[in-house]
Design a binder for this molecule. Structure first.
Ligand SMILES: [Fe+2]
Length: 275
């Protein structure tokens, strides 16, 4: 959504009405809610997200949301009031700026990575949502810390659930000029936990891809839509995806494009069958 200078000029009320008309079970926001991770941008994004009529609105941070040493604090204050998962062994972490020197900068949160799990129940089934922070503080390209993946695996292995999905800001299949450099270890993580559905964002580009590992006999699908309400939509219009009967044989994906026309927003819907 890029609240701040890169936010669109459309009216959010029209977008909210359209989103709410689907009465979704879950809403997934794959990051870059802000432009520069400023507090007023986080607050505006938080207000928008709270206006979505859905019990489970799950957001992860994007690279733009990590342009501030207070990103983790702001994210928890305005977007998701979650318990961040800490690494099993902090000395093994290799991501740049994953820990900040608290005594020199005086900020409350020294640990900058925002990884968490959410276990929710939808239609009687428990869904484990793994939220992986692929972003590096102050950088646009991505990096995932091996020790964080190990810690997440440790926590996932103790959890009980019927279905599992992964949310990560950077794509793990196709890339752009600011890619996730070590996506391979995330693909391995996806296979290890038998994850079949991965949601990502970042590139402002619609892409729904299935990847099959012929050696390990594992397939997963990565869902990536364009931006929801951004000012820079060079690749396509703003859009969101609506997944009907998600994860079933009958699943339909609705690509809902939002086109700003003067003071109005027009919506164009295209239905993709996944069979
Ligand atoms: Fe991004």
């Amino acid at each position: 959504m890029h609240f701040g200078p890169r936010h669109w000029h459309g009216k959010s009320e029209f977008l909210l009405d359209k989103l709410n008309s689907y009465a979704p079970d879950i809403v997934i926001n794959t990051g870059d809610s802000t432009t520069d991770a400023l507090e007023n941008e986080f607050a505006a994004a938080g207000d928008f997200l709270k206006s979505i009529e859905c019990q489970y609105v799950v957001s992860i941070p994007g690279n733009h949301d990590k342009r501030n040493m207070r990103s983790a604090d702001y994210f928890r204050q305005y977007i998701e009031n979650i318990e961040v998962i800490r690494p099993l062994n902090r000395d093994k972490c290799r991501k740049n700026n994953i820990f900040l020197e608290g005594n020199t900068n005086g900020i409350k949160e020294h640990f900058t990575d925002i990884n968490f799990l959410k276990n929710i129940t939808v239609n009687g089934e428990s869904l484990l949502i793994v939220c992986l922070d692929s972003n590096v503080l102050y950088k646009d390209n991505g990096f995932v810390d091996k020790e964080i993946l190990k810690t997440l695996s440790h926590t996932i292995n103790k959890a009980s659930y019927d279905k599992i999905i992964l949310l990560t800001h950077h794509s793990i299949l196709d890339t752009d000029s600011d890619p996730l450099f070590n996506s391979r270890i995330v693909v391995e993580f996806v296979r290890e936990h038998n994850i079949e559905h991965v949601f990502c964002g970042h590139t402002h580009h619609l892409s729904i891809m299935r990847s099959t590992d012929l050696y390990h006999k594992h397939s997963f699908t990565q869902y990536k839509n364009g931006s929801l309400s951004s000012g820079n939509t060079l690749n396509d219009t703003n859009m969101f995806l609506y997944y009907k009967d998600f994860g079933t044989e009958a699943m339909e994906i609705h690509v809902v494009r939002a086109i700003v026309e003067n003071d109005d927003v027009q919506f164009k819907e295209e239905i993709i069958s996944t069979r």
